[in-house]
Write a protein that binds this ligand. Structure first.
Ligand SMILES: [Zn+2]
Length: 362
């Protein structure tokens, strides 16, 4: 599954002027393709409204992490063709987030059918959603909208919208991702040595919709693979598991976690050693902490050395570089993957057969 990257942008165009250029926001009757519920414009992530840091990247970095459509809209001030976005006709309950940084931008309750061909809203999600600036392009003066967190271009706002605001936020769907409100997705975080290995294990577990590789457990902000590998950031290679609690419990995820590691090895999981490969079970509340501690008590008699897996309150998770995501799936013939990751996954899944996805091919 492709994570974090979603695709869709939005542009707002507007008003009478624009008709000249794009026939934009005018009424058209083109048929849209039916929306594929598995489409890449949908994502299951927790909606974070409490962010404090901006997401700033170089043009090269954006180019790598975004699809060409997203990049065109968000970073090049592009405009999608009207009626081209699969989010245009979506009416489901959910939140529209920035495809670049996942900042929540709009909710479905504030969406309306403008007939323009661009997803349209009458109010942004929060005060932290948008920045409004002046756009003098195409011989017009318009209020351009960008994402407040990553400065990605999104569209324009016009004053011909419906009550109660009278505003029409005309957005490029290619700059957005849609997060449906259902099902409810929960998140758990662990560190179990090499994240290539642990990601592929948990993606094979039922009820898990996504696993993201990254860094956690240290203090340095925005760590990279190189800085974490240097061993001085305090971070460990970690991963976040997005799961449906109706299908799998946190307790079962903890069971999979301990089945996937040797909890007695200090600072490493063979063949990888160093502080960044230590094992950690992160908890978000006292209930999760107790579940972890109970599991450690249960399995302790199986080992003749003390269990050294850390039990730490979760603070912050940093996504790893894009090329580390889905690494095993994308590089099945890589030497380490063949020699370590795949055998480790098969060993682990054999211990938790009752929790493995049916028809799991990874
Ligand atoms: Zn953004």
């Amino acid at each position: 599954m492709v994570k974090k990257i979603i695709y869709n942008s939005v542009l707002f165009i507007t008003s009478a002027f624009i008709l000249l250029t794009y026939n934009a926001c005018g009424q058209q009757n083109k048929k849209l393709k039916p929306v594929d519920p598995k489409s890449m414009a949908r994502i299951n992530i927790p909606v974070d409204t409490l962010w404090t840091e901006k997401v700033l990247k170089s043009d090269d970095e954006w180019k790598k992490m975004l699809t060409s459509k997203q990049y065109y809209i968000l970073r090049k001030h592009g405009t999608e063709r009207p009626f081209s976005s699969e989010l245009y006709e979506v009416k489901e309950d959910g939140i529209y987030v920035c495809a670049g940084c996942k900042n929540p931008l709009f909710s479905s309750e504030k969406k309306f059918n403008s007939g323009t061909g661009w997803p349209s809203f009458f109010k942004p999600y929060s005060q932290k959603s948008l920045h409004t600036g002046t756009d003098n392009s195409h011989g017009m003066v318009r209020d351009a909208l960008s994402c407040q967190r990553c400065d990605g271009h999104l569209g324009h706002v016009f004053n011909d919208g419906p009550d109660p605001t009278g505003l029409r936020y005309c957005i490029d769907g290619d700059g957005l991702l849609f997060v449906p409100r259902q099902p409810t997705i929960a998140v758990a975080t662990f560190a179990g040595g090499c994240f290539w290995c642990t990601e592929t294990i948990f993606e094979s577990i039922r009820g898990v919709s996504e696993v993201i590789s990254g860094y956690s457990g240290g203090k340095e902000t925005n760590p990279s693979y190189n800085s974490v590998g240097g061993g001085y950031t305090g971070h460990a290679e970690a991963f976040e598991v997005y799961y449906d609690p109706k299908e799998i419990t946190y307790k079962d995820l903890v069971r999979v976690f301990f089945a996937s590691i040797d909890p007695t090895t200090v600072d490493g999981q063979a063949p990888d050693f160093g502080k960044q490969y230590r094992t950690i079970a992160f908890y978000r509340n006292e209930t999760e902490k107790k579940i972890i501690e109970d599991r450690i008590k249960e399995i302790a008699p199986e080992y003749n050395k003390p269990i050294v897996t850390q039990v730490i309150k979760f603070e912050k998770f940093y996504e790893a570089e894009e090329y580390h995501q889905d690494f095993v799936k994308r590089n099945p013939n890589q030497g380490y993957v063949k020699a370590e990751s795949i055998p480790r996954r098969e060993r682990t899944l054999a211990k938790v057969k009752d929790l493995v996805k049916k028809n799991s091919s990874n």
